[in-house]
Design a protein. Structure first.
Length: 371
């Protein structure tokens, strides 16, 4: 493990890197509005409108009402009574995503897709020998609009952590730059709740420890961060200083895709637990869609109020075929655990035994009581 002073000293090495994070604006919803003029200018949610449905994406018109991705559909409809639900068309989104990646490939082969609608690009050395990364980002966004009719936002910086933060600064249809000279000060002023990778539970824990901003995080010794956050302490130490050595990885091999959530209040009710499983399944499936993956093993993770942790898994004969299948299997794994004597503080869903989704997929036939 590198010592903190070594991590800081090597920060200068990454300053020469030019990283762009491209993020499509309300991608699924924007595709639907592009293809159906009647939806333009209206609040649109891509997803199921049924009682157990989940919003996969929301148009900017819907976001003004507080509608967000991974939100239960009943909550979204309550916030925006005029919300229009559209069934997702993942085959269309994947085709558009491929068009976008072809635009990326005009400039670099160092492309790391995160999902169908976002990716990191390393343009330090690029195919057109353009010295300014902001120019490349403008060209990419203009080209995407020409090819697909859609808007993209971009963040430009000297590492992945800051590039992703920058892409949110001028959304929608904008871009922002965080230079090496500005990086540490930008991080210092930012609330830790805005850091990519720090979720609500971790942010709340940090706040209890007196860490509200990047400056507060930077002031804590690495030993303190390791004590309270384990291995993640080293990561927090680095990003508090604007340091991120991770390369853009075009061929990253993933063994599993998972998502979990820690709750503010422990859950005792089975229906409430089912309600929390739906957005986790949606998040996992969206990540798989972005990678063109599916999988055959579903794992449910449960952590109780006393921090006891258990997992339950099911391996299928055919790959999972969608977010609803994933949700139903996870709920089936959870059902025998209820009623519970001690509350549930965390739930997680993971899909593994991954394979290419382009292979012929057999539709799952599920027989789970009540679902």
């Amino acid at each position: 493990m590198a010592e903190p002073q070594d991590q800081i000293a090597s920060a200068a090495e990454q300053a020469v890197r030019k990283i762009i994070h491209v993020d499509m604006d309300a991608f699924y919803a924007s595709v639907e509005q592009r293809d159906n003029p009647d939806l333009r200018g209206k609040p649109v949610a891509v997803g199921g409108s049924a009682a157990r449905g989940v919003v996969a994406a929301a148009s900017y018109e819907a976001r003004t009402f507080g509608v967000r991705s991974a939100m239960p559909s009943v909550t979204a409809k309550r916030r925006c009574p005029d919300l229009i639900f559209v069934r997702p068309r993942f085959e269309v989104y994947r085709a558009v995503s491929q068009q976008i990646r072809e635009v990326f490939a005009e400039h670099t082969d160092l492309i790391e897709p995160l999902s169908l609608d976002e990716a990191y690009l390393d343009v330090t050395r690029n195919k057109q020998d353009i010295p300014i990364a902001t120019t490349i980002a403008l060209m990419i966004r203009d080209r995407i609009r020409q090819v697909t009719g859609l808007n993209a936002s971009a963040g430009i910086s000297y590492n992945k952590f800051l590039a992703k933060l920058a892409s949110d600064l001028n959304k929608p249809n904008g871009q922002a730059v965080i230079t090496p000279a500005r990086g540490p000060a930008f991080v210092a002023a930012l609330p830790v709740s805005k850091f990519d990778g720090i979720g609500p539970a971790t942010a709340a824990k940090m706040e209890r420890l007196g860490i509200v901003t990047g400056a507060d995080l930077r002031d804590k010794p690495v030993e303190f961060l390791r004590q309270h956050f384990g291995k993640a302490g080293d990561w927090y130490f680095r990003i508090a200083r604007g340091i991120d050595h991770r390369p853009v990885e075009p061929c990253r091999i993933r063994k599993s895709v998972g998502a979990e959530d820690t709750f503010d209040r422990d859950i005792f009710d089975f229906d409430a637990a089912c309600h929390e499983i739906a957005p986790l399944a949606q998040k996992v499936w969206r990540a798989c869609e972005g990678k063109g993956l599916t999988g055959r093993t579903v794992t449910l993770k449960v952590k109780y109020a006393d921090f006891q942790q258990i997992t339950r898994s099911r391996t299928l004969s055919a790959p999972v075929h969608g977010a609803e299948d994933l949700r139903a299997i996870a709920v089936g794994l959870m059902q025998p655990l209820f009623p519970v004597e001690k509350g549930v503080r965390l739930l997680g869903v993971t899909l593994s035994s991954l394979e290419d989704d382009n292979a012929e997929v057999q539709q799952l036939s599920l027989s789970l009581p009540g679902f």
